[in-house]
Design a binder for this molecule. Sequence first.
Ligand code: SF4
Length: 235
Amino acid sequence: MPTTPTPPHQAAETARMAAIAARLKAVYPHAVCALEWGGQHGGESELLLRESWKLLVMGRLSAQCTDARVNIVCRELFERFPTVYAMADAAVEDIEAIVRPCGLYRTKARNIKDACHILAEDYGGTVPDDMDTLLTLPGVGRKIANLLLGDIYKKGGVVTDTHCIRICGRLGFYPESLKDPLKVERILTPLIPEAEQSDFCHRIVQFGRDTCTARSPSCGECPLGDLCAHATKNN
Ligand code: SF4
């Protein structure tokens, strides 16, 4: 069967994205997850599976909260409840007391307990490996599901967090005013090879912290300047 040719604009955007991804890789050779869940530097699949519930918990806590705060809070949380089974059996009030600094703590604590209970009962203590099943877990949306699929199972997944949405808008892959995570995911997913999506998203977070910050992007020192719509527009 003949294949449908890629439209010229799409091909150009894919090539531009590949150049951007290559430069980010040169700056950040190690794509490290900002959440310190135990497998943030990668590792054997056995370790990633065993600790996968922690990434789910941290992903849930990170909604409207900084990764740095989630890391601090989770040191205490995982010390108190070191396994998915312990978290599933915990009193929700005890989880609430620890996760309170992350905001929305009542909903988050309930989601964490309920999700861990399902993982313990139905999935042998690890997270499932497909989007549809992940989305049935309490508190898990596409952002967390993509994070889990990418980091635990090495499947594709564009994690449209605040850094990704802001930076890829500035780069000109869509209007800077677009903030809808699902629309952004649909635009970016075809532009990045599946095997590279997870690492790209981790690097974008690192880049968003030290160069293309929300308040004042350092365009003058940016390695992506000649590939960036925002920089071209402001020159
Ligand atoms: S040139 Fe400026 S706006 Fe564009 S990616 Fe770099 S820091 Fe961000």
